[in-house]
Design a protein around this ligand. Structure first.
Ligand code: BGC
Length: 397
């Protein structure tokens, strides 16, 4: 399988998962709350806040021509309406260092974390939340836009709503179906408002990243109306709107796994059938789901980028198999006519995996107790693919 010249190859991170010391956001509070579902403090992260230059140089040396990171809103706007010039200058240094390595930047404006003050005023469900978010987006892109060729407004709005308002697995830890639906609507509005804000002050190519699991009815039962309604809630609502003028310029597809849905279960999802091989996260690996979800996303008519795809495992040979099998699925989607222009692996480094803490290992690069960076064999396998544009050896799946 040969990928074209100009295809974007890289990896993704998010601020709270790698920077360290993000004590002014809602996640920090959730981590410190013994009653929450979070198992550990993010603490120092992997100290990317101080080590970004070395990290970018390492990724570039491993063949990456692209890198996705996020801006931490709580640093840039530590109190309502007051923007930190020092934080903006920090991100100017970060994005300049990234540009100087020759890598293309994908910059996410909201990746799961909210400033503590925004959460305290009621988060996404509070009046005016969308305008407040858009004000922050306008400030960042007006200040740093020339360093941000690609901007992602919101990472996985539907997962923010699901995890935060139905499962209670992320802040604000709510389990309320009405609030889940409302949060989903507000987050989609927030995306549209952010697109307008970014376009108002920059030339950035702006888009959205959605997680698209392959959803199957529980127990292999035929699809029911309930299943289709749930599927619509979780995924399609966010895909069927991007055709409006504020949709954005591209769509990010984030694919990890196959999931089984039972509309009768309050949690919506049921465990994979017995005997299904699972990752450290308990997720079912199904490479062809990526091909199918790329076809689904292509119905929007937007150019696509895979902005996340990866596996949590201690066994790096599994990561190489996951990587190559999913790239084969991506290549097949391209051969079938889907316009996919890049692949960003999740993640560059082993990092803070939200409520699961540091146990799951998603990285191409391990991080030692002294914060040393140790590329795994999968990082070298990825480097060969990125340099040649060719995936040669396919694992059996
Ligand atoms: C998120 C990442 C997360 C990954 C693995 C995605 O939903 O964007 O932040 O680490 O999945 O769980």
């Amino acid at each position: 399988m040969q990928f074209p010249d100009g295809f974007l190859w890289g990896s993704a991170t998010s601020a709270h998962q790698v920077e360290g010391g993000n004590t002014n956001n809602d996640w920090w509070d959730f981590e410190q709350d013994p009653a929450s579902l979070a198992r550990a403090s993010s603490g120092d992260g992997i100290d990317h806040f101080h080590r970004y230059a070395g990290d970018f140089a390492l990724l570039a040396s491993l063949g990456h021509n692209t890198h996705r990171l996020s801006i931490e809103w709580s640093r840039v706007e530590p109190v309502p309406g007051e923007f930190s010039r020092a934080a903006v200058e920090h991100y100017r240094r970060v994005l300049t260092a990234l540009r100087d390595t020759g890598m293309t930047a994908f910059v996410t404006l909201h990746h799961f974390t909210l400033p503590r003050w925004f959460a305290a005023r009621g988060g996404w469900l509070a009046p005016g939340a969308v305008d407040v978010f858009a004000r922050y987006c306008a400030h960042v892109t007006a200040s740093l836009g020339e360093l941000m060729p690609f901007v992602c407004t919101i990472n996985e709005p539907q997962m923010v709503a699901l995890h935060g308002y139905l499962e209670g697995y992320h802040p604000p830890g709510v389990t309320n179906p009405m609030k889940w639906r409302r949060a989903g609507e507000v987050l989609l509005d927030a995306h549209f408002a952010a697109v307008r804000a970014v376009r108002g002050g920059s030339d950035c190519r702006v888009g959205l990243a959605v997680q698209l699991p392959l959803l199957a009815p529980a127990d292999g039962a035929p699809e029911t109306a309930g299943f289709r309604a749930i599927r619509y809630e979780i995924v399609d609502r966010h895909l069927d709107n991007p055709t409006g003028p504020d949709a954005g310029d591209w769509l990010g597809v984030q694919y990890y796994r196959k999931q089984w849905v039972d509309p009768a279960s309050p949690a919506l999802f049921v465990p994979p059938p017995p005997g299904t091989p699972l990752t450290q996260m308990g997720w079912a690996v199904h490479p062809d789901g990526l091909r199918q979800m790329l076809h689904r996303a292509a119905r929007t008519g937007l150019p696509l980028y895979v902005t996340e795809n990866g596996i949590a495992t201690e066994d790096d040979t599994e990561r190489v198999a996951y990587l190559t099998s999913h790239l084969a699925a991506l290549a097949q989607a391209r051969a079938e006519g889907v316009d996919v222009r890049g692949y960003l692996h999740w993640s560059a480094f082993d990092n803070f995996e939200w409520s699961e803490g540091y146990r799951p290992k998603f990285g191409l690069i391990a991080v030692g107790d002294d914060f040393s960076r140790i590329p795994k064999p999968s990082a070298h396998a990825f480097a060969r693919i990125a340099r040649t544009g060719r995936v040669e050896r396919l694992p059996a799946y």
